[in-house]
Design a protein around this ligand. Structure first.
Ligand code: AMP
Ligand code: MG
Length: 280
């Protein structure tokens, strides 16, 4: 039996999503242990690099195709670690990372997708969002930052927006890094115990933690409502950092491969250039 694709394996089935049924310590699609997983990640590097370079070359020849990786997850779920370990495998010249915090006053005066549109990757690049437009149906829902009716409309607006993105040549890969409540506690405790990690600690994280169930519920709704075929969601069990890094890497490889990018042909006369070089 051939293994299902990572995308199929990690995509929640259509219908209501129950995050409590997804074990954050599971390692779907991988039977090895930590060291095997770390080695498997490094083994993907040449493949990712080759695929990304094809995309970059495509952009350098005015191609409009690009990839957007959207990462979401509770505090400490490992968005930063995924940037370092997985996104870090790629050539930084071809990657644009954008982190989204609470919107500024100027941003608040615009539609919620305005700042997202500003941050989209240009042709040939891999864009990576650390949080995204989904915050506007996650934290906005949990903390009532917008009316119920407004939030309700946003799910459809997001689907339309992502459809439009796909049609414009942007492959959208959405990952929710799924950690357990206990794992979050351990990771926050680590930050409080280690002077080299104080900078990562934000007292506000405890306020969000108190609303854990509400956030999980908001995620479940977003995962259900915005799990389209053009821009499906993936839930990554993320208590094991090595598995999280590996799974996201596989998703990147699969989606880049799916773009079927070939090397751009020469837009000059190769023989003539060789002749010119020879006598130069
Ligand atoms: P961090 O990613 O931990 O640096 O925190 C960023 C903070 O910005 C989180 O508390 C998010 O909930 C918040 N944030 C991001 N996007 C939005 C948004 N659209 N509306 C309100 N808060 C947001
Ligand atoms: Mg935080």
């Amino acid at each position: 039996m051939t293994q299902a694709s990572w995308s199929q394996l990690l995509r929640p089935p259509a219908g209501p999503v129950d995050l409590t049924a997804v074990d954050p310590r599971a390692t779907p699609g991988f039977t090895g242990k930590k060291a095997d997983g770390q080695a498997a990640l490094l083994a993907l590097e040449p493949t990712i690099t080759d695929l990304q370079e094809r995309l970059y070359a495509h952009g350098r020849t005015d191609g409009q195709r690009r990839l957007l990786l959207v990462t979401q997850g509770m505090d400490t779920s490992g968005k930063g670690g995924t940037m370092r370990k997985t996104v870090g495998l790629m050539d930084p010249q071809g990657v644009v990372i954008k982190a989204f915090g609470a919107p500024t006053d100027t941003e608040k005066r615009r539609g919620f997708l305005w700042r997202i549109r500003q941050a989209l990757p240009p042709g040939g690049k891999v864009g990576v969002f650390d949080r995204s437009h989904y915050e506007d149906v996650l934290v906005a829902r949990v903390r009532s930052l917008a009316s119920k009716a407004t939030i309700e409309r946003r799910y459809d607006a997001i689907n339309e927006f992502e459809q439009e993105l796909a049609e414009s040549g942007c492959v959208v890969v959405k990952v929710m890094l799924h950690i357990s409540r206990d794992e979050q506690k351990a990771r926050l405790a680590e930050r409080l115990d280690n002077p080299t990690k104080y900078w990562k600690y934000n007292p506000k994280d405890i306020d969000d933690r108190k609303l854990w169930d509400d956030f999980q519920h908001a995620y479940e709704i977003a995962l259900e409502r915005c799990n389209t075929d053009t821009a499906p969601w993936h839930v990554i069990p993320a208590d094991r950092k090595w598995y999280r890094n590996l799974a996201v890497a596989h998703l990147l490889v699969e989606h880049l491969e799916g773009m079927g990018l070939s090397w751009p042909p020469a837009d000059f006369d190769i023989e003539a250039e060789k002749a010119r070089l020879a006598v130069s």
